[in-house]
Design a protein around this ligand. Structure first.
Ligand code: COI
Length: 364
């Protein structure tokens, strides 16, 4: 077990201000009073675990991360249950993926135990920042953002000898805001998010930087997110700018693009594959072409599409917009399959149904 020294904030947010934030947290706008931190050097390995007041980092202008983007992150949530306890969902999977991302970005791996201890240490210190849902439809949580940066002052291009790991926490409501309703997605024709041999499977800032211009194009076309095709044939669906993708078929199949080195192995994606199977659907992981989606939507064989991720949970896709056409689904309501899976997942995460798979870990 890694023990985290605690240096408490001398002027934490007042109860009144925090309550006002928790009543309407938005996504990624506010942060709790503390952050977890662990240092790494090639000589000492991981050391100096601490929870300290949240605040600006002091980085040398020559720190490698600022120049070569040697950085990785995770996204994971803390949920308050009806009895006041606080839980997180499948954190070992995030810890494993964090190691995989670290290997690809030539960063040091952080062991699973220290990763879990860092979440526990921060959430215990800032437990008051975990919002309490007001109804079963309220998907508020404390979004946790572990991240690792290359902090060595050095401009040569090689893996950094000094690295810092942090966890920050941000109270969150629904990622797309307001009630769940189908969103429009833009199909990027011009830009690729990731390519074979690249970093697409890793959760690194560079992948998200590469999606920003396409995301702006999506917004300019009235869409909430962008979908990317494979970089080689420009034919097969990969993922959205920060979420995985599922198509629902009339005959009970639920299809998601199979993992490759250009697709992120989403924790929500993998959980939905299992929940769908347990609910009697037929999940399939395989290559899916954009033509299959177009033709299936037109013939009625594909009845729903949805995006999923820790931040997005399950967000229904009303239509896929391309420069030439619109692949449409029912835009007025969330489809029955997306609705049912969404409820199943949220009921599990908020402790409203039995956790038969042992996916929840208690933090407080
Ligand atoms: C997450 O779902 O946790 C992510 O990292 C996606 C990001 C777009 C918020």
């Amino acid at each position: 077990m890694t023990s985290f020294d605690l240096r408490k904030h001398s002027q934490p947010t007042s109860d009144a201000v925090r309550d006002a934030i928790l009543a309407k947290p938005g996504f990624g706008d506010y942060f709790s009073d503390h952050m977890a931190h662990v240092r790494y050097t090639t000589e000492q390995g991981w050391h100096g675990a601490e929870v300290v007041p949240y605040g600006p980092l002091s980085l040398d202008p020559a720190a490698a991360v600022l120049h070569y983007a040697q950085e990785i992150f995770e996204g994971i949530k803390a949920y308050r249950h009806a009895d006041g306890s606080v839980w997180t969902f499948r954190p070992e999977k995030n810890a494993e993926r964090f190691k995989k991302s670290a290997r690809r970005l030539a960063l040091p791996e952080l062991d699973t135990e220290t990763f879990l201890d860092s979440l526990r240490a921060l959430v215990r210190t800032d437990a008051a920042w975990v919002p309490t849902p007001t109804s079963d439809a309220d998907e508020c949580s404390l979004y946790l953002r572990p991240f690792m940066i290359a902090s060595e002052k050095f401009l040569g291009v090689r893996p950094s000898h000094e690295v810092d790991y942090y966890v920050i926490a941000s109270p969150a409501a629904a990622y797309f805001g307001g009630e769940v309703k189908p969103v429009s997605i833009w199909l990027s024709q011009t830009y690729n998010r990731a390519a074979p041999g690249g970093t697409g499977f890793a959760k690194c800032g560079g992948n998200y930087a590469a999606s920003m211009l396409a995301q702006s194009e999506a917004a300019a076309n009235g869409c909430a997110q962008v979908a990317f095709l494979d970089a080689v044939e420009h034919k097969y669906l990969e993922e959205l700018g920060g979420m995985n993708l599922f198509l629902v078929y009339k005959d009970g199949r639920i299809v998601t693009p199979s993992l490759s080195d250009s697709i992120l192995d989403g924790v929500t994606r993998s959980s939905l594959l299992q929940l769908a199977r347990e609910s009697g659907y037929t999940p399939e992981e395989r290559r899916v072409s954009i033509d299959e989606w177009r033709e299936g939507a037109a013939s009625g064989e594909i009845t729903e599409a949805f995006a999923c991720g820790t931040a997005a949970v399950i967000t229904p896709i009303g239509e896929l917009v391309t420069p030439d056409d619109r692949i449409k689904h029912d835009t007025d309501a969330t489809g029955p399959v997306a609705s049912a899976l969404r409820k199943q997942l949220l009921d599990l995460q908020y402790g409203r149904v039995e956790d038969t798979n042992g996916w929840l870990t208690r933090l407080v």
